[in-house]
Design a protein around this ligand. Structure first.
Ligand SMILES: Nc1ncnc2c1ncn2[C@@H]1O[C@H](COP(=O)(O)OP(=O)(O)OP(=O)(O)O)[C@@H](O)[C@H]1O
Ligand SMILES: [Mg+2]
Length: 234
C-alpha cells in the first residue's frame, strides 16, 4: 500500500534520513521506534509532503508522491496526527474536529464522520461544546486523533500520541488506536513507549541516526533479549 525506497532527507547540511526503505500493507499497524532525533517525525513529515526528500521514492497504492504537496497527499487519504497535537485551544471540541473535514470529499460526509468519531470516543461527545484548551491532555490527544479521522484517512500516521500523558490516558489512546486498526485502519504509530507499542502493532521499524537500524515482526522484537537491550532500552 505504501512503499518507501531509498529515502534521503536533509535539513541544510544535516542529513536527517539516510536511505530509508519500508513497506506497509493495507490493514497493517506498524510501529516506528527510536530515540530522540532518530528521524521518526522527519519520516512522517516527508510522507505527508511537508518535507521534500533529496533522493528516493514514496509510492502510495502504486502512485509516486514525488513533488506532491501536503494538500494533495491529504486528499489521497494519508493523514498525520502531528506531534504536540496542534489544536485550536479557543475553539470547541467540535469546531476542532470539523477542521479535519475541510477537503470537499470529507466535508460532504462530515456529519457521519462526527458520529463515527464520537462512537470511538464517547468522551468527546459529552465535551463537544467545550473549549479544546480546557480539556485534559488525554482528551486533547483524542481531539487530535478525531480531527484526523474527520479527514477519512486510508493511512493514519500518529506521531507520539501518548507523549506527556498519564499512564491511564496513554492506555486509552492506545486502545482507541488499536480499535481503529481492528476495523481496518492502516496505521503508522511513532512512539517511545516501546512495550505498549510493540504489543498493539504487527510489525516494527527501529530508527537510529536517520536510518533503519532493524525491523521485524513486533512479537519477535519484543521477545529478543539482545534487541531489547541494544535497541529498545528495555
Ligand atoms: N526543521 C528542522 N530543521 C533542521 N533540523 C531539523 C528539523 N527538524 C528536525 N531536525 C533534526 O533532524 C533530526 C531528526 O529529527 P526528527 O524530529 O525527525 O527526530 P525524531 O525521531 O522525531 O525525534 P523526537 O523523538 O525528538 O521527536 C534531528 O537531529 C533534528 O534535530
Ligand atoms: Mg519526533
Amino acid at each position: 500500500m505504501l512503499e518507501i525506497d531509498g529515502l534521503t532527507v536533509a535539513y541544510g547540511k544535516m542529513t536527517a534520513l539516510r536511505d530509508v526503505s519500508m513497506a506497509i500493507r493495507a490493514d497493517d499497524m506498524v510501529a516506528l521506534l527510536g530515540g530522540n532525533g532518530a528521524g521518526k517525525s522527519t519520516l512522517l513529515n516527508t510522507i505527508s509532503g511537508l518535507v521534500q526528500p533529496e533522493k528516493g521514492e514514496i509510492r502510495w497504492q502504486g502512485q509516486s508522491l514525488r513533488g506532491l504537496g501536503p494538500d494533495i497527499i491529504c486528499s489521497l487519504g494519508i493523514i498525520q496526527v502531528p506531534e504536540g497535537r496542534k489544536l485550536f485551544p479557543a475553539m470547541t471540541v467540535e469546531e476542532n474536529l470539523l477542521m479535519g473535514a475541510y477537503l470537499p470529499a470529507a466535508r460532504k460526509v462530515r456529519r457521519q464522520s462526527l458520529d463515527w468519531v464520537y462512537s470511538h470516543m464517547p468522551h468527546l461527545a459529552q465535551r463537544r461544546r467545550q473549549r479544546a484548551g480546557s480539556l485534559s491532555g488525554g482528551e486533547q490527544q483524542m481531539v487530535a486523533i478525531g480531527r484526523a479521522l474527520m479527514a477519512r484517512p486510508r493511512l493514519l500516521m500518529l506521531d507520539e500520541p501518548s507523549l506527556g500523558l498519564s499512564p491511564r490516558a496513554s492506555a486509552e489512546v492506545f486502545a482507541i488506536v488499536s480499535n481503529l486498526n481492528r476495523e481496518g485502519m492502516t496505521t503508522i504509530i511513532v512512539s517511545q513507549e516501546v512495550q505498549e507499542t510493540l504489543s498493539i502493532t504487527s510489525y516494527a521499524y527501529v530508527m537510529e541516526n536517520g536510518g533503519i537500524a532493524l525491523h521485524g515482526p513486533s512479537a519477535a522484537l519484543r521477545e529478543d533479549p539482545e534487541i531489547k537491550k541494544s535497541y529498545l532500552g528495555l
